[in-house]
Design a protein around this ligand. Sequence first.
Ligand SMILES: [Cu+2]
Length: 261
Amino acid sequence: MGWFQLPLFVWGIYATAIIQVLATPVLGITMVLLIMERAFNIGIFDAQIGGDPVLFQHFFWFYSHPAVYIMILPGMAIISEIIPTFSRRTIFGYRLIALSSVAIALIGFLVWGHHMFTSGESALAASIFSFLTFLVAIPSGIKVFNWMATMYKSSISLETPMLYAVSFLLLFGIGGLTGIFLGALSVDIHLHDTYFVVAHFHYVMMGGTVIAFLGGVHYWWSKMFGRMYNETVGRIACCIVNSSLYISSLLSGAGYWALGC
Ligand SMILES: [Cu+2]
């Protein structure tokens, strides 16, 4: 089998694996440095003993921004399998979707500074990190528009996995678009450390990853366990999960607005 015959799910997991291999050791090294600091009193991160706390932020986010893509890329990969199946069509733009997973994995290593716009980094560095962050929108947009092109004028059947895939498009859409606000340097200075960031993150993780994983569990259920789930119960469960997400985000939004934060 050649590279471009691989299922898109495998491409997504491949891109995820690249990040896991290259990013996770940085977290491990940071932990070792922390242990050295605590055990032997060597000043690495603690300013009181001559360390630099911003250095910790650099190490932390060099791992933790790619870590977010470790979580969302498999979700996107699942959606790339579900949408063509329930649109009764081959995927539109296979090669671009496959390569966009790898592009997201690689660009993900160049953007960690967008978490540190208010940590005193230079205006030039902040501008470059902001620009590089916007680059992530290109492969992400390629995926979303190819999913929509696959669905366009197709014969869609709304079984449980497809219901999750469609709700992924809506909820992850909110997560992705709020990311553009946060990637913009001038806007992020004001949004840093507010609940806007928390909301963005949870739309990506709940509306994106969790919804996609629930769709994937239903999609592959019969393959995993040799029997089919009840379709009616599956659809009702999907509606309950979705409405609870919308209701809780509306309630928390109203709450924070009322409290003025
Ligand atoms: Cu980030």
